[in-house]
Design a protein around this ligand. Sequence first.
Ligand SMILES: NC(=O)C1=CN([C@@H]2O[C@H](COP(=O)(O)OP(=O)(O)OC[C@H]3O[C@@H](n4cnc5c(N)ncnc54)[C@H](OP(=O)(O)O)[C@@H]3O)[C@@H](O)[C@H]2O)C=CC1
Ligand SMILES: O=C(O)C1=N[C@H](C(=O)O)C[C@H](O)C1
Length: 271
Amino acid sequence: MSELRLVVVGAAGRMGRMLIKTISETAGVRLSGAIERSGSEVLGQDAGLLAGVGTLGVPVTDDPLAAFVAADGVLDFTTPAATIAFAGLAAQARIVHVVGTTGLDEADLAKLEAASRHAVIIRSGNMSLGVNLLAALVERVARTLGPEFDIEVVEMHHRMKVDAPSGTALMLGEAAAKGRGITLKDHADRGRDGITGARHAGAIGFAALRGGTVIGEHSVIFAGAGERIELSHKAEDRSLFAHGALRAALWGHGKKPGLYGMADVLGIAAI
Ligand SMILES: NC(=O)C1=CN([C@@H]2O[C@H](COP(=O)(O)OP(=O)(O)OC[C@H]3O[C@@H](n4cnc5c(N)ncnc54)[C@H](OP(=O)(O)O)[C@@H]3O)[C@@H](O)[C@H]2O)C=CC1
Ligand SMILES: O=C(O)C1=N[C@H](C(=O)O)C[C@H](O)C1
């Protein structure tokens, strides 16, 4: 089988560089394009040099459509606005769109859903095996324990992260809500400050910490009367996410158009 040709958008970002490095080290895939925003100072640079892996012969450009039509998939860890624009172009080029970007709102998600009528889109707030397994465990524990246990999701990330709660925290909150048979939209408590009153019964609470270079740490706490269960995941290296994204692109190649998640890719059934 020929190599899967992949474009990395947001090539100069923390994840962009890690994706370029991981592609260069992985059999069966090859970097065919690298995209940054117009005006970026890295335009024209070799993507391999940018990622610290030596020359790859792929210059960074600001022309996504030209790159997409010559590729099989695009790996997208950018911003919500950029991701929505890339979804339209990926659908036009009929290539697999792997979306790791977080902070998308309901309107953004509706646009992704629309684009997925024409293209394979795989979206997840966290591409690691560990977190997706954790989500399945959280759903199971929430279903088993019932509403007398309060659920709190706590996350910590590096000082440069721009969205809160993290995409992973929201994904874990969704898993807890599903286990409990409620909607997260109606039960999320996303920020407490001042005289908040007692905890709302049935709420799923979120707390977001930011500082230093923390890659990503998440805990789901089930707090009952006199006992507490905590399920946690700690990411130690961004390559976890990059490997997950490559796995998603390989899995998605040749699939029917639709919006998929990492649970589909990893084959993690409900536990
Ligand atoms: N799902 C998962 O497993 C993971 C998801 N993420 C998510 O991925 C996203 C990116 O994270 P991270 O790499 O740390 O962030 P960075 O800010 O380091 O990288 C984002 C990159 O995208 C570029 N970009 C923004 N808009 C455009 C555009 N229109 N065209 C081309 N490039 C663009 C930025 O350029 P510029 O700086 O010039 O704006 C930047 O280089 C976040 O939403 C984060 O939460 C991160 C890790 C894992
Ligand atoms: O911005 C990050 O860095 C990360 N973002 C994702 C999220 O919002 O959950 C995944 C990971 O935790 C790193």
